[in-house]
Design a protein around this ligand. Structure first.
Ligand code: AKB
Length: 341
């Protein structure tokens, strides 16, 4: 039992959680971090957190127990079913991605009401919240702004877009007809992430996975079949920049934030460009292309790049890695090390 203000991370054993736990516990080792995930944390991360709750974000009794045991003033709600997996189980995706988020927003609201200060609620949305109708529209759109093309074609994208609105509702309008004001207890902040590439974890169940999968397979000496056409282009970002962006947004003064949801970008290569860089680093890589037309359709509905002017202006989004340095200075050396062991 700890009444010290704590940080709570759901989906902590996933890709973003991995980098985030390391960053949070290094920056402030005295601040308790608690996690909620179906899967246990890896052995290197487990000692860094105060308590790992093993279970589901759909388990309201478990959330009530955490509520009773901890005072939480920051929630990073990372748990989700990604886009490809969600298309195979849309109802389950809705449960996890929407009902799970609702449970966590309620949890944050109760926490805020109980300790009397707003709970910062970080929510990772995605470029999947966009839906570009045709290849011509995608080419013509260039860098899309947050409020354009909000017509996702996937269950996951629809879930993300709706949860952005749910968060805005909890942050600004919660129980607006009640006699006592209830809003303002959840300080909802959201980033729409591009595809993320981490050197230490491999994603699963996403549709932007071709770039990280290709890179990790080449390093591991395994053949890889890329499921999108070589000319396919969407934005990507190196994981350390994603974690850095989360921290910048979470710590930004509230009065500086002109939006609830922010795009962030870094680089936007085609699949062929990623393959060229990977082959240059791993000349024996066996990479073939075998287009999966259905997954291709999903990636084609996502923008070629995003306009992140608001994030740069409001809270100083400034990715350290461009395409060449992301691979040359971060991904390739770290991945080499990982598979050399
Ligand atoms: C996915 O492919 O589902 C995710 C995403 C782009 O949000 N990586």
């Amino acid at each position: 039992m700890s009444r010290k203000l704590s940080v709570m991370i759901t989906g902590a054993s996933g890709e973003i959680g991995h980098g985030l736990i390391a960053r949070l516990t290094t920056a402030d080792p005295d601040r308790p971090v608690i996690t909620l995930d179906l899967n246990p944390l890896s052995a290197d991360l487990a000692p860094k957190v105060r308590h790992q709750f093993g279970g589901s974000i759909l388990d309201r009794e478990l959330l009530a127990r955490i509520q009773a045991e901890y005072e939480v003033d920051q929630v990073y709600h990372l748990a989700a079913l990604l886009s490809t997996r969600s298309e195979f189980s849309p109802e389950l995706a809705h449960k996890v991605n929407v009902e799970g988020t609702l449970n966590l927003l309620e949890f944050a609201q109760r926490q805020g009401e109980s300790h009397g200060r707003a709970v910062v609620f970080f929510y990772p949305s995605s470029i999947a919240a966009y839906g570009l109708p045709t290849a011509a529209a995608k080419a013509a759109a260039g860098k899309v702004k947050e409020d354009e093309f909000n017509q996702p074609t996937t269950m996951y994208g629809a879930n993300k877009l709706y949860c952005e609105h749910l968060g805005r509702y909890y942050g600004r309008h919660y129980k607006q007809l009640a006699a006592d004001p209830h809003a303002g207890k959840v300080d909802f902040r959201c980033i729409r992430f591009p595809g993320l590439i981490s050197a230490v974890t491999v994603p699963s169940g996403g549709t932007s996975d071709y770039a990280p999968e290709m890179t990790h397979a080449a390093a591991a000496g395994e053949p890889y079949e890329c499921f999108v056409r070589p000319d396919t282009r969407i934005p990507f970002m190196a994981m350390p920049d994603a974690v850095d962006a989360i921290q910048r947004l979470v710590h930004a003064p509230r009065e500086k934030l002109t939006r609830v949801v922010y795009n962030i970008g870094a680089f936007a290569p085609t699949a062929a460009e990623v393959e060229r860089i990977v082959r240059a680093a791993f000349p024996r890589a066996e990479i073939a292309t075998k287009v999966d037309e259905k997954r291709q359709g999903i990636v084609d509905s996502w923008p070629a790049d995003v306009d992140d002017t608001a994030a740069r202006r409001d809270w100083g989004h400034a990715p350290a890695y461009a395409l060449d340095t992301a691979f040359g200075e971060y991904l390739i050396p770290t991945i080499r090390n990982r598979y050399a062991r």
